[in-house]
Design a binder for this molecule. Structure first.
Ligand SMILES: [Ca+2]
Ligand SMILES: [Ca+2]
Length: 256
């Protein structure tokens, strides 16, 4: 009969000799999202059980209790986080040895550094006509992290007059203000991505505003002039000006 076949060992190591803590000193090889565990095999163990908990949290989670090799990988962990792990052996039955692998404290492993966000494109460019309406979407500037956390996007430079906005979650870049080729013919936006994982990434978007032949604009929306009823004809009462937005010759016309 192998050790562990009997239910309810009276003591930790009563049947068939002792499995001690030091039979299974575990070591871990962490990545950003997993920990590969190995331990010294116990000659007549039927299976092993691995439990894990973040930090010194009170309750353990069974990661697997039917491990037959002296190795196991705990997956889907959070990057840059300390975990405690422990291993326990059982025989061919279902009763585990009373003691866990750790001699005095559970093995503590810290998962690897979180990856900073990575943009699909770190530099892009787009052209948009100056008469485009607010709400026009001009592109998507998106970053992701391999460790899976949601990434937040923000415009951190170049947003003259707050003409542009970016959807923090989806990276959709939209016009919210009005464009004027004659005053601001281009924008150089910086989009910063942050996944809260330590480290940010930046991408630039060069926006070229293209010219539209716009009608001349008056200097004021309305004018008011007054004159006495006996004013001599051809007296200039005031001046109305209109300007060609494209910089053509300004017209000035006297009102009489
Ligand atoms: Ca214009
Ligand atoms: Ca124009």
């Amino acid at each position: 009969m192998a050790r562990g076949d009997e239910v309810g060992w009276p003591g930790p190591h009563a049947v068939g000799g002792a499995w001690t803590h030091s039979d299974m000193p575990a070591t871990g090889s962490p990545t950003a999202t997993s920990v590969g565990l190995t331990w010294d095999a116990v000659a007549d163990a039927g299976a092993y059980r691995v439990e894990v908990r973040p930090g010194a949290q009170a309750s353990w989670t069974v990661d697997d209790d039917a491990i037959t090799a002296a190795a196991h990988t705990v997956d889907e962990l959070t990057c840059a986080t300390a975990y405690q792990v422990r291993v326990r052996a059982r025989g061919s039955g279902t009763t585990y040895a009373a003691n866990w692998s750790e001699p005095s404290a559970p093995l503590t492993v810290t998962t690897g550094a979180c990856a900073p966000p990575v943009f699909g494109e770190t530099a892009s460019s787009v052209s948009v006509a100056e008469d485009s309406e607010a709400g026009t979407q001009v592109g998507t500037v998106l970053a992701t992290v391999t460790t899976g956390q949601p990434v937040s996007h923000a415009l951190t430079a170049g947003n003259t007059g707050d003409a542009w906005t970016i959807d923090a979650a989806t990276g959709e870049l939209k016009l919210v203000g009005t464009l004027d080729y004659e005053t601001t013919p281009s924008y150089s936006l910086t989009v910063t991505a942050d996944a809260g994982t330590g480290g940010t990434a930046a991408a630039t978007v060069a926006i070229t505003v293209t010219d539209v032949d716009e009608p001349p604009a008056f200097g004021a929306a309305s004018y008011a002039f007054s004159a006495a009823e006996n004013v001599a004809s051809a007296t200039t009462l005031g001046t109305v000006t209109a300007t060609d937005p494209e910089g053509g010759e300004a017209k000035e016309e006297g009102v009489s």
